[in-house]
Design a protein around this ligand. Structure first.
Ligand SMILES: [Zn+2]
Length: 251
């Protein structure tokens, strides 16, 4: 794993939004779960237009054919924590690349909230731990910067031989998953048209399906923690369901 993690320092920094600085101290507060709000009533499933990512042919666009089961299984003799750490790093790195090509569309004007459904927004805690709505680029910038710092922290992601993973590693991994999921959710909800326009929907779907499969395998993904119950039917949670129905993901 060390070769992966040692390369973190050489990664480019996530693109930062103009004039945005973290809110206080080191600026990165942990949003208590679920940290999501519904603005108004969720649309009824029958009246709401179907999001493009749930429509054919986009819903089945993927680079990976067949089961993700093999991809997510840890190689023999590899420590599970090590395997989770490597994969977290890869998901972060790959998602950051997608976000990098979408930043010109994900602006303060276009995305004034961290939306993930017609009436679903994710919130971020301010210095008083009060959950507030932030523009999506600011929110994503906070998450990516927090994550880069975390992945670079030897006490959380040890790279030197003889150093153990902390006992809190499983909790941290779940937490990272929650935040990455929210970024996926926003990009699907607000930027899928641009993703199609750039012809990267198969890559993006494959990354997200891999992310969901890995999260399920290692119990990192607790859907109830990611959205409010009422918000479940209006975001990418539905995409995961659809992929399970289509056999792309295991049930
Ligand atoms: Zn956006």
């Amino acid at each position: 794993m060390s070769s992966f993690l040692n390369s973190i320092g050489r990664l480019r920094a996530p693109k930062r939004s103009p004039n945005q600085t973290p809110t206080a101290g080191n600026g990165f507060f942990d949003p208590p779960s679920p940290g999501a709000e519904l603005t108004g009533s969720p649309p009824s499933p029958s009246s709401a237009p179907k999001p493009l990512y749930l429509c054919q042919p986009f819903v089945k666009a993927a680079l990976v054919k067949g089961s993700f089961k093999t991809i997510v299984a840890p190689p023999k003799y590899v420590d599970v924590n090590e395997w989770v750490a490597v994969n977290l790093f890869d998901f972060y790195h790959n998602l950051n690349h997608f976000y990098g090509v979408l930043t010109e569309f994900c602006t303060l004007n276009n995305c004034p909230t961290m939306s993930a459904g017609p009436t679903l927004n994710f919130l971020w805690p301010d210095q008083n731990q009060r959950l507030v709505s932030l523009p999506a680029p600011t929110y994503i910038d906070f998450v990516m910067s927090w994550l880069q710092k975390l992945l670079d922290d030897e006490t959380v992601f040890p790279t030197k031989s003889g150093r153990e993973f902390p006992s809190s590693f499983a909790y941290t991994a779940k937490h990272i998953y929650k935040h990455l999921f929210r970024i996926f959710a926003h990009l699907y909800h607000a930027h899928f048209e641009q993703i199609i326009h750039l012809s990267i929907e198969a890559h993006f779907n494959s990354l997200f399906a891999h992310f969901l499969a890995f999260g399920k395998e290692f119990d990192l993904l607790v859907m109830q923690d990611l959205m409010t119950q009422q918000g479940m039917g209006q975001g990418v949670a539905e995409l995961g369901e659809k992929w399970r129905d289509m056999g792309i993901l295991e049930t």
